[in-house]
Write a protein that binds this ligand. Sequence first.
Ligand code: ZN
Ligand code: ZN
Length: 115
Amino acid sequence: MDIICPHCRITLDVPGEYAGESVDCPSCRKSFRVPSAPKRTAIRLTPKPIPPRQRASDRLDKCPDCGHAVSRSASRCPGCGRGQTNRASCLGLVLGVLVLTIFCLSLYFGGCSGL
Ligand SMILES: [Zn+2]
Ligand SMILES: [Zn+2]
């Protein structure tokens, strides 16, 4: 936890086990008492709502229509219902299949004519 030294005002990362004990500030070398951890003297036991964090695999794109943040895994915009199409990957896939088909055909016909 972050504790501010009362002598030199530097922020120190003090382990929670030092709560309620005196520690020596590494900056000004003066000792001060670490306030006890709020967890131990907690009166309210209501858990904090964890803010939803986007995973790296679940990136957001902006909807071109309404500007709403849309997950790439989502097929539709939750704001305006606009269907999402990933054109770049779609085009790449089509192009890849086409090239592969042409390659196979050329191999096939090339082999036939060679015989
Ligand atoms: Zn200090
Ligand atoms: Zn939208």
